[in-house]
Design a protein around this ligand. Sequence first.
Ligand code: PRF
Length: 370
Amino acid sequence: MAVFPYDIHATDGRARTGTLRTMRGDIQTPAFMPVGTAATVKGVYMDHVRQAGADIILGNTYHLMLRPGAERIARLGGLHKFCGWDGPMLTDSGGFQVWSLSKLRKMSEEGVEFRSHIDGSKHMLSPERSMEIQAELLGADICMQFDECTPFPATPDQARASMELSLRWGARSLAAFGDRPDQTLFAIVQGSTYADLRAESAQRSIEAGGYGGYAIGGLAVGEGHEMMCSVLDVTTPHLPADRPRYLMGVGKPIDLVEAVYRGVDMFDCVIPTRSGRHGQVWTDTGPYNIRKAEFAEDDSPLDPAIDCPASQNYSKAYVHHLIRSGEMLGQMILSRHNIAYFEDLMRRIRTEITSGTYDRFVSDFRAAWA
Ligand code: PRF
């Protein structure tokens, strides 16, 4: 398989900034990937996702295999053509979404049998089927190994058994992925909150050989911000310095700032679009809700500092009115603004690392957030 070139331009403490070069274009890191679960970044045109500064988006095996079906997307020319995003795309392998969304799961060494959360129909995911869907049928540029996201809390024995299963599924994912010169496969490090297991999971994934990057899974599952930071502290030092590191399903702006500080390069999260649909506006001091009465006659733009039409061209009063009226344009404006805010934050993070001033940026950000 391909191992995409990853040039690290600057480091500052453990933080790094670089460029991951895929066949469909470059990804500037640290990078935030908007989530396009159902072949759409909900409520935002792909042009606008790109304009907001996203280099890569994420798609989901689980949702797409159920609807419209992975084979159908393949017949229609693959996921990029289907949804109109011609840049790099990463797909998650499906296990985590089965675990969080479907009922009647049956886990075995082979994989997971489950019923669709949409119509109750029966399906199966295994490392082999997940690789077929991600690499062959959807055509993702970056595919994820099939894994089990260890629930929190887990005893050391439960965490080890789950980690061992993910390592076996990782080996099967590697074998099934095969020889794909234009696509790459990332490992997923598990091990719950245990430093020794995180180190072992990283080490054995590296020894398995050939992964193009390393994800950190099993976090943001209820352990809390402080614990997540402690787990990152004991995990990133065991990952290869020359490969991208991806913290799955994270997070709020403060989580991104703290994770970059600990050496993470890539993130994905539904927060900008999901919370936008509920009226939330993200800023450096945290989110606020535009529904609040105090914005009813506030004629100022959402955020004049963000270079995005949604942030600059509509007043808080107008978006307040749209959201209160249940108008879909309100949700679209906020989703677009929030993505632009997250992408702007990543740009600022990259600039600060390049300047060697990331420490200072982190202290200021923590103070403003608190
Ligand atoms: N594994 C996979 N996808 C994920 C996770 C994981 O552990 C998480 C954990 N927050 C989010 N998405 N495959």
